[in-house]
Design a protein around this ligand. Structure first.
Ligand code: PLP
Length: 405
């Protein structure tokens, strides 16, 4: 069993009051809060080792480089990548996906080629592909979903052909909570020789990720949703495809030799890491992953599942409330609408009680269109949330609904 009191004590931000009420932070799918060990790592980095990486021979440069590369190894272990050179630092999931579109897409996607996404993608896993398709004359296809928010795999199979070059699929939907059958999506894509990119932004905080077991070609996630800092993210790729891809950004660090006649490029992963990276936040990310590992991903998932089950049951008889996203396999996201009430009103009235939920389209407008909505209210849970918080949230929600009707 997790010791929630002890866990919560590690998060200074949770100790404060909002609008005079104890903060209940249920906006974890947007970004999670940071434990003390992450905050301390940031402070320690700047007070004891700040220097640019890979370039200096002085002591601080060696310290910074060692700490930076230690995180790469920690990420490798976290997602079970075969080697650390397959772990590329980016600013976040969005940049990781854009890197693949800008590099893999530039080289391997041509006129008439097809890219498949799903109805439930975040804009960051739609727009880069649309931009690429526009530039290359390629075609974007979309896997439909059912009313519960589950992928229709039969329809997916029908979309696949030898024209399919890439399938880009979200592992866990930020707006619905649906957990997609990624291994099966990958298996079917590989049958037609397509590559698969998985957007793991919402999966990495909740589940043990094994990129080898999933057999994905690319896996992207953000540090800030896994209790780490903002501005640091990860792109994992299979070795053969990363090696075949051209650089994304040009500049320092990504080169081997530069002359005005010709430039040769650095090896992996540096080929994709032009310029000074976000060293401090990378170093602190190691502590975020250590925090998750110390608690145990299975324990975290079990706790969050219990919160979700409790919340789902508790809101069932709130008058006029309808859940959006009722997939059989669901992560800790409770998205809902209430008859006669806008999501914005719900969010503002809950905020007045110190409860932070997200409202709107969750950067998934096509998904909202699929459900005939402009937005939902969304409560999303993390390891430091408690059953008591869920009860307070539901009680306040009932009060809000009663008051407005
Ligand atoms: N994909 C999903 C499913 C997300 O939930 C998010 C963030 O909300 C992103 C991608 C984009 O992540 P970031 O803004 O960290 O790049």
């Amino acid at each position: 069993m997790l010791d929630l009191e002890k866990i919560r004590a590690e998060f200074p931000i949770l100790q404060q009051k909002i609008q005079g009420k104890p903060l209940i932070y249920f906006d974890n799918a947007a970004t999670s809060q940071k434990p003390r060990q992450v905050l301390d790592a940031l402070q320690q980095y700047y007070t004891s080792m700040n220097a640019n990486v890979h370039r200096g021979i002085h002591t601080l440069a060696e310290r910074a480089t060692a700490a930076f590369e230690e995180t790469r190894e920690a990420v490798r272990a976290f997602i079970n990548a075969p080697s650390a050179e397959q772990v590329i630092f980016t600013r976040g999931t969005t940049e990781s996906i854009n890197l693949v579109a800008g590099s893999f897409g530039r080289k391997f996607i041509g006129p008439g080629d097809e890219i498949i996404v799903t109805t439930m993608e975040h804009h960051s896993n739609i727009v880069p592909w649309q931009m690429l398709c526009e530039e290359k004359g390629a075609v974007l296809k979309v896997i439909p979903i059912n009313d519960a928010g589950e992928l229709l795999l039969d329809e997916y199979e029908k979309l696949l052909s030898e024209r399919t070059k890439l399938v880009a699929v979200v592992h866990v939907s930020n707006a619905l909570g649906s957990v997609n059958p990624v291994a099966e999506v990958v298996r079917l894509a590989h049958q037609v020789g397509a590559r698969v990119l998985v957007d793991g932004a919402q999966a990495a905080p909740h589940y043990q990720i094994d990129v080898q077991a999933l057999d994905v070609d690319f896996y992207a996630f953000s540090g800030h949703k896994v209790y780490g800092p903002t501005g640091i993210g990860i792109l994992y790729g299979k070795l053969d495809v990363l090696e075949a891809m051209p650089p994304y950004l040009g500049g320092g660090e990504m080169i081997k030799e530069v002359t005005f006649a010709k430039t040769t490029y650095n090896e992996l992963p540096y080929k994709f890491e032009a310029g000074t990276p976000n060293i401090a936040d990378a170093v602190a990310l190691k502590e975020a992953l250590a925090f998750v590992n110390q608690l145990g991903q299975n324990q975290i998932a079990a706790h969050e599942n219990a919160l979700l089950a409790h919340a789902t049951q508790a809101v069932a008889d709130v008058p006029g409330l309808r859940l959006v996203g009722t997939a059989q396999h669901k992560a800790s996201v409770l998205s809902f609408v209430v008859d006669g009430l806008s999501a914005l009103d719900i969010g503002m009235l809950l905020d007045a009680q110190g409860i932070a939920v997200r409202t709107g389209n969750h950067c998934a407008m096509p998904l909202m269109q699929r459900f005939g909505l402009t937005g939902t209210a969304r409560a999303s849970f993390a390891v430091y949330n408690t059953l008591e918080e869920v009860d307070s949230f539901v009680a306040q929600l009932r009060r809000v609904v009663k008051m407005m009707n």
